[in-house]
Every structure is written in structure tokens, then in C-alpha cells.
Design a protein around this ligand. Structure first.
Ligand code: DUC
Ligand code: ZN
Ligand code: ZN
Length: 475
């Protein structure tokens, strides 16, 4: 029997939240933080964190796990391996996507996605929706009902034939977000421009992976970002522009903010640590590993993204983990072949490396404050998607989701990661920190060496209304 006041006490931590940094013990009972302060009583387990920073567990608000794909493509990570990998990199909540395919009811997509997740996850999870077929029934019945039930965010694609909506459909879906207080996420790339450029590249025999970046230049993202902002302004609803990659889109978002529009923005590690050259400087196929959309840009552009992280332009920093094996017929070599870039599945892995990359280069590299790190990686994603204050902070009453940081030199090696992907785009990057411990609802899931499974204990989280939106949050 456990007679201690606490199940776990973390002692003398340098606790960082989005707003404050202070030294404290953290007392945990039944998966929640129940007391903060120095000199707490004994815990059944104790961890000495003297001299170490402790942050809230990461909330990765943009990742793809076991999302149904058109054959032969198949995601390498489902909820088991994806949340294992997340936990070992300090992330304790993930929000992947329940994707509707055209002709399917949104409700059926959600039910199918629950079956994929049930009993699998090591850390907690919520779902975003992807709306690809906004029928009248979806707009008036299904989507409002799902929002009420805790699916309070959805993604709208402006590209990809199987998912994209036209402008009229986008207006309809944004109007549902406005009426029901949901958060609309937008993938902003101009589909027709991409198709036109892709056909021209193919006609010229330019089909190697590196031409993926040529088919999606920054103006393609800029135009769609501006259009998304305009559509949202017309409907009078906030939006979240996801995976912002380039300075042109950044300019549009600054313009919108300058005009008082509620435009939130997300960016991802690939736009800080990769460039288009990672897709290849010659026609070799290796660059398929780094194919993602929008594509990484150039070195100077990385600075623009860093500045946006530092100065408040970006609201959220997510991984956009979209896991496909490189050397596999269901991955980057469809059917076992080296194919033209248009047929290569888009996406790179990043759940486990997201926090260490930003902590090392952002915080320890002197580019962002520790509090801003917490805001971008945990607090704001929890607020944007209605999980705060249960998630995203260190406070009495919040879930005991915590990361104790170890500031040591680490070189990223795929063999040391815990996903099912056979590569990492960040192989060989030297970091200055990695989690010494990850705690998920009071249980140590990662101790700096080993993963401690708690499969099935990761719970589905029904989301409240986003609290980043204007107005009074629901009681
Ligand atoms: N969009 C995403 O959000 N993820 C992976 C690929 C893409 O285009
Ligand atoms: Zn996208
Ligand atoms: Zn994505």
C-alpha cells in the first residue's frame, strides 16, 4: 500500500512555464500535479532535478499516425510506435488526424480512427478532423455534432486531389467553424499551380526527388496563404495556417496581423534544419527522404522562420510527423521502385526530435527564451485545441506531464530513435540536450536510457473550445 502523500516528487526543479521560471518541488498524486513548493513531503518515488530545467510535456498538435492511405502507401507509425517515439523525445500529448475520404461520412472516419487508436497509445491523444467532402449533411449535422463531442478542430486542404476543397467549400466549412467555435487549420498551397509546374517538369524529364521543391515554390504557398486569409476575413473567423515554410507566406501572415485579423501560424523543424538541397543536389533518389510539403527552402529562409519563432509571429511549433519508410514499397519507393517525385509519399518523421531540436538550437542557442519554448511546444498547442489547462502547463490540478531536461551533447542517430521509420532527416545533427525523464500522467515513460511502456494507458481526450479564440472560454 502507498502511504506517501505523493506517488512522485520531483525535487528542486527549475520549473519553466510559458510565463514564469521558478525553483520548486513538484508533488504528483493519481496522475495530477497536486502541490508545488519547496520542501514537500515524501513521495513513493522521488527524482532529484536539482540544476535541471523541467518543462510541461510536449503537445504535438500536428502529426500523422496510421492515417489511411491510398495503396501501396502505408504509414510506418501507428498509435503504439508513434506515441512511444513521442514519449522518448518528451512529448506527452499528440493530436493526429481522423481523415474523411470523399464519399465517407465524417462520423465513420472518426469511428474508424478510434478503432486504430484504442488500447495502443502510451501517451494521451486527441483528434483533429480532416474535411474532404463537405456535403450539406456534414455541414449542418455531422460536423456541428462532432465539435460538440470534443473534436473542436479540423484541417482544410487547398491541394491534393483526394482532399482539397475549392474556395466555395472552404467558405462553407469556415462558416461552421465560426458558428460553433472550432479552430480551422489550413494547408495553404495552390493546387493548380503545383499541377501546372509538375507537368512542365515531367515534360522536361525532371522527375528526380529534388524537383519536388521546384514544383512547389514559395509563391505557391504565398498565394494560397493570402487567399486563405481573405476567405477567413470574409467569414470573420480565426484560422491556423499550418506548416508555414517560407518568408513569402510569413509576409502574408504579418500583413494579416497588421490588419487586425486573427491569423495563427504553425511552423515545423524541417523549415529550420533542412533546405531544398536535402532533396538532392543531383538526380539521386536519396533526397526522397526529405520530401514533404511545403518543401524546405534555403538557408536565409531558415533565419526568417527563426525570427518568427522569436518575435511571436508563430503560435505553435509542431513536428508534422508523417512517417514513411525510405527503402520500402509502402514508403518512399512505391511498389519497390524509384519513381517520379509526384508519386513519392509526402512527409518526414519528427515526433521524437521536435523538442530536443528546438531546446538545443532555440533555447541553448540563444534564439528564443525558455518560456517561449514552452509556449510554442506545449501551452499554445493545448490552448489552440482546447486542452488547456489540463495539458500544456505545470500547475496544481494539471496532468503530471513533465520533461526533465539533461543538457548534454547528443548526436541524432536513427538507430537510437523509437519510431518505425528507417531514417531520420536529422541524422548526425549535434544537439546540446535531450530529455532525462519524460513523465506521462505521473508515470516515468522515458528515463534517458530506456522506454517504459504504458500501452493502452494513453487516453483519448475530448477537446474543449479553443481558448486562443477571442471571447470568454466555456465554463
Ligand atoms: N501535409 C501535411 O500536413 N503533412 C504531410 C504532408 C502534407 O502535405
Ligand atoms: Zn498539410
Ligand atoms: Zn501534416
Amino acid at each position: 500500500m502507498n502511504d506517501s502523500a505523493f506517488d512522485l516528487v520531483i525535487r528542486n526543479a527549475l520549473v519553466a512555464t510559458a510565463s514564469d521560471t521558478f525553483t520548486s518541488d513538484i508533488g504528483v498524486k493519481d496522475g495530477r500535479i497536486v502541490q508545488l513548493g519547496l520542501g514537500l513531503g515524501a513521495g513513493a518515488r522521488e527524482i532529484d532535478a536539482a540544476g535541471r530545467v523541467v518543462t510541461p510535456g510536449g503537445v504535438d498538435a500536428h502529426c500523422h499516425l496510421d492515417q489511411p492511405m491510398e495503396a501501396p502507401a502505408r504509414m510506418a507509425d501507428g498509435f503504439e510506435s508513434g506515441t512511444r517515439s513521442a514519449a522518448c523525445g518528451g512529448t506527452t500529448t499528440v493530436i493526429p488526424f481522423a481523415a474523411q475520404h470523399k464519399g465517407q461520412s465524417l462520423r465513420a472516419a472518426v469511428e474508424d480512427y478510434h478503432r486504430r487508436a484504442d488500447g495502443q497509445a502510451h501517451v494521451d491523444y486527441a483528434f483533429h478532423l480532416i474535411v474532404s467532402d463537405p456535403t450539406p449533411t456534414l455541414l449542418t449535422e455531422e460536423l456541428p455534432a462532432l465539435i460538440r463531442e470534443g473534436y473542436t478542430s479540423f484541417k482544410i486542404y487547398m491541394t491534393y486531389d483526394d482532399m482539397k476543397l475549392n474556395d466555395g467549400q472552404i467558405l462553407d466549412v469556415l462558416d461552421v467553424a465560426r458558428q460553433h467555435g472550432a479552430m480551422a487549420m489550413i494547408h495553404a498551397e495552390n493546387s493548380d499551380c503545383i499541377e501546372w509546374l509538375t507537368k512542365r517538369l515531367e515534360a522536361a524529364g525532371r522527375t528526380a526527388p529534388r524537383f519536388h521543391a521546384h514544383s512547389r515554390p514559395m509563391l505557391v504557398e504565398r498565394e494560397a496563404t493570402h487567399r486563405a486569409i481573405s476567405l477567413a476575413e470574409l467569414v470573420d473567423v480565426p484560422i491556423m495556417v499550418v506548416h508555414v515554410s517560407g518568408r513569402e507566406a510569413v509576409k502574408q501572415i504579418r500583413w494579416a496581423r497588421g490588419h487586425g485579423l486573427k491569423v495563427f501560424a504553425e511552423t515545423c523543424p524541417q523549415y529550420l534544419f533542412l533546405t531544398a538541397e536535402d532533396l538532392g543536389i543531383d538526380d539521386s533518389y536519396q533526397g526522397a527522404r526529405c520530401i514533404c510539403s511545403p518543401p524546405p527552402r534555403d538557408k536565409r529562409n531558415q533565419e526568417v522562420i527563426w525570427n518568427g519563432l522569436a518575435d511571436g509571429l508563430f503560435t505553435i511549433f509542431s513536428s508534422d510527423h508523417a512517417p514513411f519508410k525510405y527503402d520500402a514499397p509502402e514508403g518512399k519507393k512505391p511498389g519497390g521502385e524509384e519513381v517520379a517525385f509526384r508519386h513519392i509519399p509526402n512527409g518526414i518523421p519528427g515526433l521524437e526530435t521536435r523538442l530536443p531540436l528546438l531546446y538545443s538550437e532555440g533555447v541553448l542557442g540563444g534564439r528564443i527564451t525558455l518560456n517561449r519554448f514552452v509556449e510554442l511546444t506545449s501551452t499554445n498547442p493545448a490552448k489552440a485545441y482546447g486542452l488547456h489547462p489540463r495539458k500544456g502547463t505545470i500547475a496544481v490540478g494539471s496532468d503530471a506531464d513533465l520533461v526533465i531536461w539533461d543538457e548534454r551533447e547528443v548526436t541524432i542517430r536513427n538507430e537510437q530513435l523509437h519510431h518505425e521509420v528507417d531514417y531520420t532527416p536529422y541524422e548526425g545533427i549535434k544537439l546540446r540536450a535531450w530529455p532525462a525523464f519524460t513523465v506521462a500522467r505521473g508515470e516515468v515513460v522515458w528515463d534517458g536510457q530506456d522506454f517504459h511502456p504504458r500501452q493502452g494507458k494513453g487516453e483519448f481526450l475530448a477537446c474543449e473550445a479553443p481558448t486562443l479564440l477571442p471571447g470568454r472560454p466555456r465554463a
